[in-house]
Design a protein around this ligand. Structure first.
Ligand code: ADP
Ligand code: MG
Length: 373
């Protein structure tokens, strides 16, 4: 796939914080940016030359975006299958349609990961209460059920603690497809961000250690403070998955580590990921730069991290507390996305701190941020 002319236009489907930070990388490299987003005050509206205010299901507007762009990428991965396939046929979208369509559905995603030969947590597609009860009987409680499509940040998920809980819980089987999964007692969660260019070059970012609160990412430490064997294992899983799913651009694999120390793939995001935001300051190349270079087919430098990093998400509730003091900590790299509507659990920004003493930095940061407990 050929690269585009200097100063050409990169189209981004989705103008949230990921779209904004992708646009900032593209702008720095001299490209023009066009963004489509359904929200009138999308964060990336301030970082693009052309903004198309439209729904992701608006085929005509998506065609307009693609028509004025020399290359198109996305930060939003739930584009309708038929629309995406048609766009891929007619426009320059190096990431293609098939990988993202597989990952849109947890059932297809898990099947593909299993077929690739990477370990995943026991799961089953469940369409009835009986099927769910039988899954729980086989695998034991607790069980987590997740909608097969459309979920993010823990939305569309329920943990079922016990048989008694199961008898009282209402799962709308008629309104969605559901996947049941064994609920693990997690020792840690880690993620691996990988960039794969149209030329086949692959670069791995450092393994990241993530803490979620209420199923939303709370903070990331990079590199993960665990044995190097996990980096090797995660990269091995990534290679198997890449052979099966032919990624282009940046993608992130989320992993679980259970109390026996076993590593399982949780899910894959075919786009820049919250857990790799630290790369903006901590690495020689950010995940956003890497994505732009990768889809354009430009060579990427070998990734290395200058210094350990801690990244904390800044939710609405954090911003309420920290608004007056956010810029009084000169060692904090503050990112505020520019969303107007502030809600307690909404991701409004993030803070990255580079450090030689992760434990001390964590203590200092956690004094300031809402713990979500
Ligand atoms: P989302 O698409 O919302 O990110 P995930 O499947 O990644 O959905 O779940 C969000 C978080 O919920 C995970 O990062 C993890 O903390 C918790 N979680 C999800 N599935 C399990 C599981 N099977 N066992 C233990 N924790 C889980
Ligand atoms: Mg997740």
């Amino acid at each position: 796939m050929s690269s585009i002319e200097m100063g050409g236009t990169i189209g981004i489907i989705g103008g949230g914080q990921l779209g904004k930070m992708l646009a900032q990388s593209a702008l720095r490299m001299g490209y023009k940016v066009a963004v489509l987003d359904p929200s009138e005050d999308a964060p990336a509206r301030s970082t693009c030359h052309t903004f198309i205010h439209a729904e992701f299901s608006d085929f005509a507007s998506l065609k307009e975006l693609c028509g004025l762009s020399d290359i198109v990428t996305y930060e939003f991965e739930n584009i309708d299958a038929h629309i995406l396939r048609t766009l891929v046929d007619d426009y320059h979208i190096p990431q293609g349609a098939e990988t993202v369509l597989t990952l849109q559905n947890r059932d297809y995603e898990k099947t593909a990961i299993e077929e690739a030969g990477a370990a995943i947590v026991p799961y089953e597609k469940v369409a009835t209460r009986d099927a769910l009860a039988s899954f729980a009987a086989t695998n034991g409680y607790p069980v987590i059920v997740k909608t097969a499509t459309g979920g993010y940040d823990g939305k569309g998920q329920m943990v079922i603690e016990s048989q008694a809980h199961m008898e009282n819980i209402d799962i709308p089987f008629d309104q969605a497809e559901w996947v049941a999964e064994k609920y693990l007692q997690l020792e840690r969660e880690v993620s691996l961000t990988v960039a794969r260019s149209t030329t086949g070059q692959v670069e791995y970012f450092p393994l990241q250690e993530n803490l979620h609160k209420d199923q939303v990412l709370y903070r990331t430490i990079a590199p993960a403070g665990i044995d190097a064997q996990y980096t090797a294992k995660a990269q091995k899983a990534a290679r198997k998955i890449m052979d099966k799913l032919h990624f282009t651009g940046v993608f992130t694999i989320e992993f679980f580590i259970d109390q026996d120390g076993s590593l399982y793939v949780n899910e894959i995001a075919p786009r820049p990921h919250n857990s790799a935001h630290h790369t903006i300051e901590s690495c020689n190349i950010s995940q956003f730069d890497a994505h732009i270079l990768a889809i354009l087919g430009h060579p990427m430098p070998a990734v290395h991290q200058h210094q350990d990093a801690v990244m904390m998400n800044l939710l609405g509730a954090d911003l309420d507390r920290l608004e007056q003091t956010l810029f009084t900590n000169p060692e904090w790299h503050v990112h505020v996305y520019g969303k107007t509507a502030r809600k307690p659990a909404r991701k409004m920004g993030h803070v990255t701190v580079l450090t030689d003493d992760v434990a001390e930095t964590l203590d200092r940061l956690e004094e300031n941020f809402i713990k979500g407990e």
